[in-house]
Design a protein around this ligand. Sequence first.
Ligand SMILES: Cc1cc2nc3c(=O)[nH]c(=O)nc-3n(C[C@H](O)[C@H](O)[C@H](O)COP(=O)(O)OP(=O)(O)OC[C@H]3O[C@@H](n4cnc5c(N)ncnc54)[C@H](O)[C@@H]3O)c2cc1C
Length: 415
Amino acid sequence: MSLPSQDLNDRLSFTGLDSQLDELTLEFQQNLHRLAVEVLRPIGTELDRMTPEAVIAEGSPYWDVWTEFKKLGASFSLLYSLESLQAARLMSVMLEELTWGDAGLAISLSVSGTPWLLAHHFDNQFLLNNIPEDSIGCWGITEPDHGSDMVDFNGVAMSPGSSQSRPNCIATIKGNEVVINGQKSAWVSNGTVAQYSALFCSCDRGNGLEKVALVVPLDAKGVTRGKPLEKMGQRALPQGEIYFDNVSISTDWLIAPVEQYQQVARAQLTEANGGMGMMFAGLARAAFEEALNYTHERKQGGVPIIGHPGVRSRLLHMFRKVEAARALARRNAEYNMTAPQPELLGSISSKITSTQAAFEVASDALQLFGGNGMTLEYPIEKMLRDARSSMIEDGCNDVLAIKGGSELAQGKLHS
Ligand SMILES: Cc1cc2nc3c(=O)[nH]c(=O)nc-3n(C[C@H](O)[C@H](O)[C@H](O)COP(=O)(O)OP(=O)(O)OC[C@H]3O[C@@H](n4cnc5c(N)ncnc54)[C@H](O)[C@@H]3O)c2cc1C
């Protein structure tokens, strides 16, 4: 056995404890890391300090991110043309690297594929023919009066005896026409810039309220947008309401029949939470790397603070959380890409693990930066804000844990 190299960077670099990244994945990772360092990190920092209106204005650097990302040639159809395990690996490497660069921009780029991906999952040829793969998409599910209610698509997190208030968005289906009225909340990621929305809302077919999932082209007559949302974290991510005033489209735009709503909602939450797991392992890693480097530079007591055992021990706990989050995220991605049925339980577990790790590691990093961590000179305070948002995004972790627990309640394992 050879002795370990003295230089930690030679041993781990940004692949961490990956033992067997093949050549294609490594090359892809290096290109993505370059994009993260040269484009996403600096532009994300710049956008973080701009107003939400300026972020999406013509000429904003936000649009350069799209241009540069497209140059990589990464697409879902390319991904799905690969062998499943390799696709899972590439996907997790991609989402981790993008979020290493900037969480808000990574969400903007990744949520964009939602309408196309749902069309692909449900093998909906009409949608696949009508949604350009490189268009900007979004997922409109949250409503002003329905946040956790909507994520809890099968009602397992609700208190017994509770009932839901009136929906804020209803799609009325008559014959082959869908007429949509109402609104989605200001939290819709890409809501202010998207061209297509996967819309999950209530539906009226004349037999009481049901739920439906469809795609709406956002240039349809009667669609308007709200004011870009001002918020604490992920400020580079454009968010805002989408309003529907008698928006009429054909039932061809339904992702699946109304009767399959629960399956669509389950598939989407599994995909979205799995993605969050891969992404926020990247933010945890970014905060850890910043902290490790800083502790080699900052001197106290006459030595770099890495010389103090308490600092080393804190860093070890940060490192193990990063690696645990990455490992679960990749394991879940590999399972979901290869198993006959993707597993919501795994995706929820990965989402909670990574977002919790990102928050804890960013908070520990801020501690190691001391007062400097609180200032805009260093990236840590932004990472902490971005990580905090992720614990609410795509279903708050409290409700997701109840949902995951309810999956476990469905049966015992056989020995
Ligand atoms: C950065 C970010 C991006 C987002 N992107 C999107 C997007 O792309 N599309 C979209 O539609 N939405 C999006 N959302 C909205 C997100 O899905 C909701 O914020 C989330 O589902 C929680 O809903 P809420 O904010 O209305 O909180 P509420 O549902 O009002 O819940 C508030 C708190 O009450 C508690 N709580 C509520 N219900 C229960 C329960 N049944 N059991 C236990 N505790 C409960 C929880 O602690 C919860 O945090 C995003 C949110 C954020 C922060």
